[in-house]
Design a protein. Structure first.
Length: 373
């Protein structure tokens, strides 16, 4: 079975060359990504024709229940997924790895648009196709991404594609003196991380440890990864991690301060990262995923302003091959239910705290009013 031997330098080089130059290239399928996800074990499989690699898949492997593991090919495989025979050949290589790690499932979620016929073909092959009946607790990656087509355009031409408000905010940030720079320095990574923590607290979301971003910085070379910072009078107001890989420039992580938000630093920063994508010959600029397609959601509203013409791109979802039904059911049914319960409990606590804060504020305001009288 063609499982990558990492001690074979020539084969590793051939594998990397294929993954990086394939029309289906994706940063999360590069060997560099397995370095970022170093808490997971990893293996790589491939298919050859005439001594040349024609399909590949990088696998992340993690124990979930005792020795029972899941195998996850993030945004894989690297091939035309409509060629189901080729994908089946690739997956047959994974079967050996599944035995080695006592895996109960293989999951892959290619970045291809929703396709009912293709879903049906994979279902006939025995895969469980997950999309419509899944919420954010059921799936690993969002099924909707906001993707801007930038191939063949200048930035000024793209500006006409944005919403009127987005164009206004980009110009406003420039008039107000917001500047944007990119870096590879760890001091700037630390600045980004401080903004990232502020964002996580403000938006009530979890956040990754600083070491995760250090690994990312070291895993991807300078021409593929940049730290961006938007500043005003020397003060960092927003930051981002941006990856350029294959045909795509990817806004993977963003962060912003609670100060001077009226200067629209996020818009200035996005404009500069889109320009990098154009300069690098990318065909698309990926703003990343969204779970809510509603303009009342701030994240969707922000991204949609840039992708007004394209709208949200719906991906096909997740394909699961099940090796052990008992553990698979536990992973896909029980675990999401626990996460939903935790989320409800957290929201209930937050509402209680907010109500108490509001009550105390009303009491304080009433006392101040009585003193003035």
């Amino acid at each position: 079975m063609p499982i990558l031997d990492k001690n074979d330098a020539a084969k590793v080089q051939a594998y990397e060359q294929f993954v990086q130059t394939s029309p289906y290239a994706n940063a999360t399928q590069d060997l560099a990504w397995s370095k970022v996800k170093s808490e997971w074990a990893n293996e790589q499989v491939y298919v050859e024709r005439g001594g040349e690699i024609v399909a590949a898949m990088s696998l992340l492997i993690r124990r979930v229940f005792g020795k029972a593991s899941m195998i996850y090919a993030t945004r894989g495989p690297i091939c035309d997924v409509s060629d189901t025979a080729l994908v089946q050949e690739l997956v047959s290589c994974v079967d050996e790895i599944a035995k080695k790690y006592s895996a109960f499932m293989l999951r892959f979620d290619p970045e291809v648009p929703r396709n009912a016929q293709l879903e049906a073909e994979y279902a006939k092959l025995g895969y469980l196709v997950r999309n419509d009946d899944c919420d954010k607790f059921d799936i690993i990656q969002p099924r909707y991404n906001m993707i801007l087509n930038i191939g063949g355009y200048t930035f000024d031409e793209l500006m006409t594609h944005f919403s009127e408000k987005t164009r206004y905010n980009i110009r406003l940030s420039a008039r107000k003196g917001v500047t944007v720079r990119h870096s590879r320095e760890e001091e700037d990574l630390k600045t980004f991380y401080e903004l990232y923590k502020i964002t996580a607290v403000r938006d009530k979301i979890g956040f990754r440890p600083y070491e995760y971003f250090v690994k990312m910085l070291h895993a991807f070379p300078e021409h593929q990864l940049r730290i961006y910072l938007a500043e005003h009078e020397g003060q960092a107001l927003s930051g981002a991690i941006c990856i350029q890989y294959g045909k795509k420039t990817w806004y993977i992580y963003g962060a912003s301060s609670n100060e001077k938000r009226n200067l629209m630093p996020n818009y200035a920063m996005q404009a500069e990262m889109i320009r990098w994508g154009i300069e690098g010959g990318s065909e698309i600029y990926d703003f990343g995923g969204v779970f809510v397609l509603n303009k009342e959601n701030g994240l969707f509203k922000f991204k949609e302003g840039f992708c007004r013409q394209e709208g949200a791109t719906e991906f096909i979802g997740e394909f699961d091959k099940v090796y052990n039904r008992f553990f698979y059911t536990g992973f896909t049914k029980v675990v999401p239910q626990v996460q939903r319960l935790r989320s409800k409990t957290t929201k209930a606590k937050e509402r209680k705290i907010e109500e108490e804060q509001r009550r105390l504020k009303e009491e304080l305001d009433a006392k101040r009013g009585a003193v003035k009288q």
